[in-house]
Design a protein around this ligand. Structure first.
Ligand code: GTP
Ligand code: SPV
Ligand code: MN
Length: 595
């Protein structure tokens, strides 16, 4: 077909006129040679995978060692989310707030329209209809992503309920997110991720990586989702969801917000240590939670995703055996090392370091050559049904009732292992004042403490002050409020070693949280909140000295005085939108600190 000729949407498997017209408009603008409607079938998966292999976009791995697994190498300039190129395009700048980049919607449509103009000439446009949330859930949302990336189409197939079920669920409705994506020429100078909350629209240009392009994930489920949540009275959060069952068979559901690359996937898939006979942790979700009050007044959560887009480095049979089992088959690996026998390798994998391999950039690699074999933000895309610990509720259209909410950042000092908020408002204050050291999940400097309220700094689709007020307001519609906790797995000693063992041993902290939720254990009050009494965290079978334990749980007043200063800068940024109730919490903390 001549590239100037209009590709046809005539064979579209839908009669939805709004959808057809929109696809037509986008095709007129981008001028693809072909339009392929994705149906989500096995046959299609096979065909697209073969095509991607032919184009060199996917490299087949050793199919005996890793059946159904492939490796993808992204452009080295395109390996993480780009927060400085991500925009919230609301008519008024103030609605995006001081923590988001803003672009006028008209300006954004014009600017990106010029980039999209003819950008799919010679390419195929994949029409990817998808559902975020369990099929048939009243809380699910539908999106359609138009993309010229076969890699995106294959990833969306794993990460969402994609294809025919989405079109069936959509029917004739106009209520779907309109996502348009092109990798363009993968030039960072022509890369934009623009969100139009008022139009339920996302335009993403110039990237082929993760959260920039799998539009159902951070763009729809969090940025647009948080905006819709405020309008409609629910919450879209950067949270894992897990169910923890005690030896009596009682299951408690917990949601936890940790910033990117700060342990959500690991916590959600945790295997309790040997001492915890009869305890079980099951995964509902590993990255995103949509939560709303249910008819019984409790807060219910669904995981809108169907797969995991997880950090690879550091994953091994000791830290996360469930993840290792999950990525043993049917997994797309992005930016890891390739061994001579066609397997994948990354820093922190079990076993011996290979004597040679091809690194994530496609270059020969040897141990000690000063390069990483896998990029620190290399990822796996795997279906959640591969997870041996998947919860039977992961597909429940009603979701699970949340009893505890946990906030946790990556802090080498200041924040103790665990504490419980005095009440909901104080808990919102703990979430709002979260700080975390930056990671490789976004471009930019790594290891710098920044304020990251509720782990949502990069993902909130509207004014952060309004978002915090929304959290405060939610308590009016929840009669059985979840208890709120704060944790920190990342405290270090003066030699830079983590003082808390983390991973499966986080069960010891989770047990205390569950016991607090069930009212089984008394507690000790501190200026920051309630903490475990000495000995209340079970350290049986753990090689940790009382001194180290004291270090992990210590609250140092000088550190907290510095912390308060940093929090003040954040609240000042919110200006008059800083919620009154949180300013009051701040005053109370200052008076408790006596400064
Ligand atoms: P995103 O997918 O970016 O949202 O990340 P995430 O929050 O799911 O983080 P993930 O569980 O993938 O962990 C990120 C990194 O933190 C990995 O390198 C882990 O090995 C490390 N990590 C996770 N849990 C712990 C822990 O309890 N202690 C320590 N020290 N490191 C941890
Ligand atoms: C994160 O950065 O929080 C992720 C990976 O989960 S991405 O999909 O790139 O956003
Ligand atoms: Mn994430």
């Amino acid at each position: 077909m001549a590239s100037t000729q209009m590709a046809s949407v005539g064979n579209a498997p839908t009669k939805n006129q709004t959808l057809l017209q929109w696809v037509n408009r986008c095709a007129r603008m981008t001028q693809p040679d072909r339009i392929v409607w994705c149906d989500g079938s096995e046959e299609e998966k096979k065909r697209l995978t073969e095509q991607a292999v032919k184009e060199g976009i996917l490299i087949p791995l050793n199919q005996e060692k890793r059946p159904g697994c492939y490796l993808h190498r992204s452009n080295p300039n395109d390996v993480a989310r780009v927060e400085h190129l991500t925009f919230i395009c609301t008519p008024n700048k103030t609605d995006a707030g001081p923590t988001n980049n803003w672009m006028d919607p008209e300006e954004a449509y014009t600017k990106l329209g010029q980039l999209f103009d003819g950008c799919m000439k010679g390419r195929t446009m994949y029409v990817v209809p998808y559902v975020m949330g369990p099929l048939g859930s009243p809380y699910a949302k539908i999106g359609v992503e138009l993309t010229d990336s076969i890699y995106v189409a294959l990833n969306m197939r794993i990460m969402t309920r994609m294809g025919k079920p989405a079109l069936d669920m959509l029917g004739e409705s106009e209520d779907f997110n309109r996502g348009l994506h092109s990798t363009g020429d993968v030039n960072p100078d022509r890369r934009y991720i623009c969100h139009f909350p008022h139009d339920n629209t996302i335009w993403s240009f110039g990237s082929g990586y993760g959260g920039n392009v799998l539009l159902g994930k951070k763009c729809l489920a969090l940025r647009i989702g948080s905006y819709l949540g405020r309008e409609e009275g629910w919450m879209a959060e950067h949270m894992l969801i897990l169910g923890v069952t005690n030896p009596e068979g009682v299951t408690t559901y917990v949601a936890a917000a940790f910033p990117s690359a700060c342990g959500k996937t690991n916590f959600a898939m945790m295997i309790p240590p040997g001492e915890y006979k009869g305890w079980k942790v099951e995964t509902v979700g590993d990255d995103i939670a949509w939560m709303r009050p249910g008819p019984d007044g409790r807060l219910y959560a669904i995981n809108p995703e169907a797969g995991y887009f997880g950090v690879v480095p550091g994953t091994n049979n000791k830290t996360n055996p469930n993840a290792m089992a999950t990525i043993a088959k049917d997994t797309l690996f992005t930016n890891v090392g390739l061994t001579p026998d066609g397997d994948v390798w990354w820093e922190g994998k079990d076993g011996e370091v290979p004597s040679e391999l091809i690194d994530w950039q496609g270059k020969p690699w040897k141990p000690g050559n000063g390069e990483k074999a896998a990029h620190p933000n290399s990822r796996f895309t795997a279906p959640m049904t591969n997870n041996p610990a998947i919860s039977s509720k992961a597909n429940d259209p009603q979701g699970v009732p949340i009893s505890a909410i946990i906030f946790g950042g990556r802090r080498s000092n200041t924040v103790p292992l665990v504490l419980q908020a005095f009440n909901w408002t104080h808990g919102v204050f703990l979430g709002a004042t979260m700080g975390s050291e930056t990671t490789a999940a976004a471009t930019g400097k790594v290891g710098v403490v920044r304020r990251d309220p509720m782990a949502m700094l990069p993902f909130c689709g509207y004014h952060m002050g309004d978002y915090l007020q929304h959290w405060l307001d939610m308590q009016k519609s929840i009669t059985h409020l979840p208890k709120i906790f704060q944790v920190n797995w990342f405290r270090q000693d003066k030699n830079g070693k983590f003082v808390w063992p983390g991973f499966g041993d986080n069960m010891r902290v989770l047990e205390w949280i569950v016991n607090r939720v069930q009212g089984r254990v008394p507690t000790q009050e501190t200026l920051l909140g309630w903490v475990p009494r000495n000995g209340d965290i079970n350290t049986k079978g753990l090689d940790i000295s009382p001194d180290t334990m004291a270090e992990a749980t210590s609250i140092k007043e000088d550190e907290w005085k510095a912390e308060l200063k940093s929090q003040e800068v954040f609240f000042e940024q919110l200006g008059t939108k800083a919620p009154e109730a949180l300013m009051l919490q701040r005053k109370l903390l200052i008076s408790r600190l006596g400064s």
